[in-house]
Design a protein around this ligand. Structure first.
Ligand code: FAD
Length: 294
């Protein structure tokens, strides 16, 4: 069973997100990370995509490599930017031919102007429709707990998300730091009659340096959380900050799982440490690994 919709129907899923390496050094780091995370037995893994020709090749190579040389269930991200409709159809067909059954259909963010074709699909929902028309895919979409930054207001963003998710199989959220942000999103979708699985996206904050970067990447670290990290730094330095960030992310995971989340999706940034520690703290790792870690 390798369709994510089927995995979610059978129980909670725990998944890891990676980006395709752009250099030999990044490839070495990712290979090591995969060696360390694969034994945790993730339900599936996902591979990001930027749009344009070079990114297309990198994502496809990594996804098909995983499919043929590992037991991982991969999901390819695909974005509307820097592609014509025909190119997107070609990519989807070639993914299906390669045996890829899962795709995350995204709007995407602007890429280098000269890297790719003019964008023809305005919104992710059109890519969901295209993937459905081609057939055979389990289709995920992105959800933004605080609303997408380009939306005029939260209500219209939720309306658009509900329309998109009604056509897809599941959603994965942008990272967030308070359980209520996730629960509010799920409640808003239910109000609109959409009850498809929404996987919470988890990004631990493991250094003070990354606090300002989080806002630029999608979600600001709340003041109470920054205070806890600053306090940890004052008492134990960088290692204490790291431990504190992992504890906070573990608490968040516990809270959303207890409230009924259908699993967890970890943004790994191609590093294994934090994800592995949270996985172990939550008791999700296979028994042999948990015993070894103790
Ligand atoms: P859309 O669903 O198209 O929404 C974008 C905006 O348009 C929103 O404001 C929405 O409300 C509005 N909108 C949507 N439909 C309509 C409509 N019919 N009419 C009017 N307005 C509408 N980016 C990458 O480049 N590569 C990746 O691999 C990648 N992976 C991601 C993974 C996850 C889990 C998440 C949460 C995000 C990821 N992103 C990635 C970022 C994403 O591409 C950006 O957030 C992008 O700006 C929006 O993507 P979307 O799929 O939410 O877009």
């Amino acid at each position: 069973m390798t369709r994510i919709a089927d995995l979610l129907a059978a129980g909670p899923t725990y998944s890891f997100e990676f980006f395709p390496p752009k250099s030999d050094r990044e490839l070495k780091v990712l290979s090591q990370t995969l060696l360390e995370l694969q034994p945790l037995g993730p339900s599936f893994v996902s591979v990001t995509y930027r749009g344009g020709a070079a990114s297309r090749q990198r994502t496809q190579d990594l996804v098909t490599g995983m499919l043929h040389t590992s037991t991982l269930v991969p999901m390819a991200h695909l974005v509307c930017v820097a592609h014509t409709r025909l190119e997107l159809a070609e990519i989807l067909v070639s993914l299906r031919k390669a045996g890829v059954e899962n795709v995350l259909a995204l709007g995407g963010d602007p890429t280098a102007a000269d890297d790719g074709s003019p964008r023809e699909l305005a919104y992710a929902v059109q890519l969901v429709e295209l993937a459905r028309a081609i057939g055979g895919f389990s289709i995920g979409v992105a959800a933004h707990p605080a609303g997408h930054p380009a939306s005029p207001d939260l209500r219209s963003d939720r309306d658009r998300l509900a329309e998109k998710l009604a056509l897809a199989d599941f959603a994965i959220t942008q990272f967030f730091f308070e359980p209520d942000e996730y629960l509010g999103l799920v409640a808003d979708l239910a109000e609109r009659g959409v009850r498809k699985p929404v996987l919470p996206g988890i990004m631990p904050v493991t250094s003070l340096r990354s606090v300002p970067r989080m806002a630029a990447m999608g979600a600001a670290v709340p003041a109470w959380m920054e205070s806890r990290l600053v306090e940890a730094d004052a008492t134990g330095g960088a290692e204490a900050v790291r431990r504190c960030g992992i504890e906070l992310a573990t608490e968040l995971c516990r809270a959303v799982l207890a409230a009924g989340a259908p699993g967890l999706h970890f943004y790994t940034l191609n590093q294994s440490g934090a994800t592995r520690e949270i996985y172990l703290a939550l008791g999700l790792a296979p028994k042999a690994i948990a015993a070894g870690a103790g």
